[in-house]
Design a protein around this ligand. Sequence first.
Ligand SMILES: Nc1nc2c(c(=O)[nH]1)N[C@H]1C(S)=C(S)[C@@H](COP(=O)(O)OP(=O)(O)OC[C@H]3O[C@@H](n4cnc5c(=O)[nH]c(N)nc54)[C@H](O)[C@@H]3O)O[C@H]1N2
Ligand SMILES: Nc1nc2c(c(=O)[nH]1)N[C@H]1C(S)=C(S)[C@@H](COP(=O)(O)OP(=O)(O)OC[C@H]3O[C@@H](n4cnc5c(=O)[nH]c(N)nc54)[C@H](O)[C@@H]3O)O[C@H]1N2
Ligand SMILES: [Mo]
Length: 763
Amino acid sequence: MSATKDPDSVHVGHVKGYAAGVPAVAVALRRGVEQMGALRTAQTLIKLNQRDGFDCPGCAWPETPGHRKHAEFCENGAKAVAEEATRRTVTPEFFATHSVDDLRERSGYWLSQQGRLTHPMYLAPGDDHYRPVEWENAFELIAAEVGAMDTPHQSVFYTSGRTSNEAAFVYQLLARSIGTNNLPDCSNMCHESSGTALGESIGIGKGSVTVGDLEAADLIIIAGQNPGTNHPRMLSVLEKAKHNGARIVAVNPLPEAGLMRFKDPQKIGGVVGSGTKLADDFLQIRLGGDMALFRGVARLLLDAERAQPGSVFDHAFLTAHCAGTDDYLALLEDVDLDEVVTATGLSRAQIADFAEAVATSQRIVLCWAMGWTQHRHSVATIAEGTNVLLLRGMLGKPGAGLCPVRGHSNVQGDRTMGIYEKMPESFLTALDKEFGITSPREHGYDTVAAIDAMARGEVRLFMAMGGNFVSASPDTEATAAALSRCNLTVHVSTKLNESHVVTGHAALILPTLGRTDKDVIDGVPQRVSVEDSMSVVHLSRGSLPPASPQLRSEVAIVCGLARTIFGSGHPVDWEHLGTDYDTIRDHIERVIPGFADFNTRVRRSDGFVLPHPPRDDREFDTSTGKANFGLHPLEWLPVPDGRLILQTLRSHDQYNTTVYGHDDRYRGIKGNRHVVMINPDDISAFGLHAGDRVDIVSEFDGPDGREERRVTGFEVVSYDTPRGNAAAYYPETNPLVPLRSVARYSNTPVSKAVVIRLEPATS
Ligand SMILES: Nc1nc2c(c(=O)[nH]1)N[C@H]1C(S)=C(S)[C@@H](COP(=O)(O)OP(=O)(O)OC[C@H]3O[C@@H](n4cnc5c(=O)[nH]c(N)nc54)[C@H](O)[C@@H]3O)O[C@H]1N2
Ligand SMILES: Nc1nc2c(c(=O)[nH]1)N[C@H]1C(S)=C(S)[C@@H](COP(=O)(O)OP(=O)(O)OC[C@H]3O[C@@H](n4cnc5c(=O)[nH]c(N)nc54)[C@H](O)[C@@H]3O)O[C@H]1N2
Ligand SMILES: [Mo]
């Protein structure tokens, strides 16, 4: 890559000359230049996902091991970088100009577009402006709040999944040193259902495949995931798999563009050709119909096995490694394929054809994301998908396995580091032994439980390590009201967002370094590590000069705060931890299994892979010591009369609550995010027309009766979605998601199945 100061001459390596003809790369570079200028764009993107560079703050998809392309990034990764590495800044003068009331009127988009936070800011009780504060004073304000608590459980420590391993480790150590396990995280709203289901089924809540497995698979199922937008680098792996002969089946209510066809902007063929057809089969399933689909498939596998014993099931695997097989087969006796047809909206032929593919493929990988995790019956759905793979012995062998595709770039690593309200005893014992502290044993709050506790007035201190709690959480109004009952809300953030203006009685904003920023402490450059979706741990090092000399790393903030809270004489040497991340890694090595020789191995070019017993040895750390068949009653989502079921999802131009722009290019929606996508037949059945403006009213039968929530002024868009199923963007529709509507067992908000009705727009 090369660049001069002339923005028009920025281009990417060998696709130079074609870049303008490739919308993806062109968009990425344009955003880069807008936010960073040409030189910084070139300097930044060249380091993205390279061995001596930084890990992309976009998604958790792994880098391809071995040879790395010159440009190992995608359009949306580049946008995430541009957003972070912007030259725009939010200074104390900005806060002097804009009162909190003024900022509360602004959109999230506007807030994030103002640029990087440069100075710690304090909003005193009753004040209407944030005012600059010195770091030490900020820490003292938090320490005072900690000192005033009746119990440590009046504090809550939230994490968003961008936080590095090192920062996450010291952050959970801080919470546990204070005496609470109140460590909710974005995972509670994201892949918690996957962790819960996989923990039960295979004894570890992580995926079992590598990039190599995907490339070697002969059947790849992609269910409830939109990789073209949310994990674009996955598409090149899929293209390779396809080239190697894989069949790809997409299971989704929407014909997502990236799933259907892919043009790799980093290849000449991708620039001039028509691209690769990715999905061989598209199963346009109804929302929440996936458990029924997989149970139906299991039933058809059983029928085929009976017709020709030994031809379908992997008996050796089932006998040696599985528990509950007979009980599961007994459940299959009751499957009614007509019900499966109704639940899925698919034809018998489509289901049979899919079952045939599952029965005859030798190496199957099952991928999923939020379309599977954010339903009431998510844990059961994921268990059912796992059951089907178990019948065929598709675990712990090359080219096969389970692939929950993670969201935030280090969300999996944060959990490994102990960001979890209910870490197992083995972890807590090891932590206590290492540091000479006594961690609390009582489980803490997850996200929904934390909001409940705040609403009850039982939380004095809410601290967030990144993220945008008020916008990402369900039931925006209820969450905002709950947050405002806290005494002090503290956000360690890179950029301004809604959670800085929906505050407790007092609030702090602590500006921090991002992935792209150079982190130098006492003259020594520091590196952090991250774990990707496939359990690979590797280093990340930013290279840009920080937006202001005031910025501190997340590690430095946590350790500085801990020193103020605990003073000298605390058994943890916070000072040393805060100045030398190698020391933190030495502690991690002694507390968390799989990190032996951490400091050495993480410096290898591709890092190292954490152990995964089912993948490595077909060993299962479950209640039975085997892989357990999940035995859940069949569930799906009938559409109530005159209603629709709404899923809330991401456009192509946002990163979670950070909206980059108002177009959703792949879905052909331009200039407006306040839209609701509806099947044309439903639009006519409701007597509506495309372009009409409506209110969306959600209906929920809670413990205290029928609850309703409303968002106003949404435009009806005619869209290819199954009848009875609608779609609209997150976070604009979060006010519709009821706080009590959560997935069974995982407590994840049900963001993909909100019962709604439409009314004429009131505004
Ligand atoms: N550019 C970009 N990248 C991102 C993010 C971002 O916002 N922007 N977010 C990151 C994060 S934190 C995450 S968790 C991931 C999210 O990645 P995804 O899970 O791909 O994100 P969503 O937009 O929620 O899309 C859900 C997909 O599931 C489908 N779906 C919904 N309900 C069902 C169902 O019942 N059954 C089936 N089979 N399909 C269903 C939807 O049609 C949609 O295609 O992406 C990560 N990467
Ligand atoms: N309705 C609905 N709700 C959802 C979802 C859905 O599909 N539908 N998806 C859920 C999912 S999957 C997730 S993961 C959550 C996301 O929940 P969160 O992780 O809480 O939200 P984000 O929007 O990713 O957080 C963005 C903010 O993080 C800060 N930030 C960015 N980089 C850094 C950094 O390096 N360090 C620090 N300290 N701060 C940083 C910036 O200030 C930015 O404004 O939302 C969930 N909510
Ligand atoms: Mo996520």
